[in-house]
Write a protein of this length. Sequence first.
Length: 321
Amino acid sequence: MAARVIDGKAIAQKILDEVAAGVKSLSPKPCLAIVLVGNNPASQSYVKKKGEMCEKVGIVSRNVFLPENAAQAEIEKQVEMLNSDPRVHAILVQLPLPPHVNEPDVLERVNAKKDVDGFSFVNSGKLFAGVPTIAPCTPRGIIHMLKESGVRIAGKHAVVIGRSNIVGKPLAMLLLQENATVTICHSCTKNLAEITRTADILVAAAGKPKLVKAEMVKEGAAVIDVGTTRGADGKLVGDVDFEGASMKASLISPVPGGVGPLTVAMLMKNTLECYENCTGSRRLTGIRRGSRAVMIGNREGARGKISSAAYAEDDEIGKKK
Ligand code: NAP
């Protein structure tokens, strides 16, 4: 029987509605500042989309544009200014930064309370230590997607293909927090198919189109496809052979319309959590601070990687149904 297909847009819309409802009564409104360095057209488009999404949910967005040749010190100074500006509650540095910039050093400058992407070492350390913190948007979205789809994570064997700081590693930590038994695979993993065939939950985040074939999927597994590669025709292609895998899986996320919309929705939710951090307000996001069950984590921005909050699958999200 063909797998149930996850409607990422619908799940994301529920989050956005909750965020919009939470923001409504707030004064001042939460403010997300986005730092964009250079003229990368894809980054410019992502920043524009994030700003539009902020507007839809009532979050104020502020863009800081710096030239392609901006010096490291100048970028860090801008981040410091946003850190100390009480009108700014959340800061996102759009990745990738130009090649001359030391990306980790810039990301490390972001105040952990305003670190909407969870890139700082403080927040990634908290994730590793099992302390509640701001989580990377994509892994957080995947956990939410699994739960919303009725998947019980505890006790399951979760296999994550990919070990980036943006997706694979923080996702593995979050799955562990949910009491899954976690295996992380990467480009040096031997016998990948043998391992993936043992997965109750299989997450593909390799950026290799159609890497996961039907024969690599366990009967009845939940398959989450994070991959987004732009094909020659301009269309997004996932890491999973959707047609084949959906004949084996019981649940599958599509590309587009799966993880991408959740990533953007989680960016909005994380902005609200940064607002809580900065203002001391609570219970806007329903996060129980002391609870391991709502553990949320972090990612570092590895040089040259695109922010997981930067994927452009969200075109339809936020539009009134
Ligand atoms: P990345 O930094 O390039 O990491 C890819 C990971 O996959 C690496 O750990 C790599 O192993 C591993 N890998 C590559 N080829 C493999 C293979 N044949 N078998 C097993 N593992 C393999 O990418 P990323 O930033 O994590 O992103 C992964 C994909 O997700 C990309 O397509 C990206 O566009 C997409 N993405 C989508 C969203 C969204 O919101 N939809 C968000 C984030 C990312 P090594 O470490 O050994 O090199």
